[in-house]
Design a protein around this ligand. Structure first.
Ligand SMILES: [Zn+2]
Length: 106
């Protein structure tokens, strides 16, 4: 295909011209992350997690079900309280700063 009609809107193209550009951009950001690869907290394999319900995710490999963010398996807030990262607070602060900077430029 030489020309894509949904290059800018992506999966939110299904909304057509409705709901406004601002909210569609937000939905797009969330949906791209949701469909991406995430690491399973149980078997540590990089998989496309299945979203069972709001904040409930399941690994297709080991069947492990766990609680995460409503639309994203792991949230920035959730990541700040994972035990292994609590051991390195300085590194965590840097990760936090970087992610906030990323958000600001998005
Ligand atoms: Zn797993």
């Amino acid at each position: 295909m030489p020309f894509s009609h949904t290059k800018i809107v992506g999966p939110t193209g299904r909304f057509g011209a409705r709901y406004g550009m601002g909210i569609r951009r937000k939905v797009l950001q969330i949906e791209v992350k949701q469909r991406g690869m995430h690491r399973c907290p149980q078997c540590r394999s990089l998989v496309r997690l299945k979203r069972l319900a709001f904040g409930i995710w399941q690994c297709p490999k080991c069947g492990f079900t766990f609680a995460g963010g409503a639309y994203i398996p792991q949230t920035i807030m959730g990541r700040t309280i994972t035990p292994e990262e609590l051991k390195a607070p300085e590194r965590q602060k840097q990760v936090w700063k970087e992610s906030m900077r990323q958000r600001a430029t998005e």
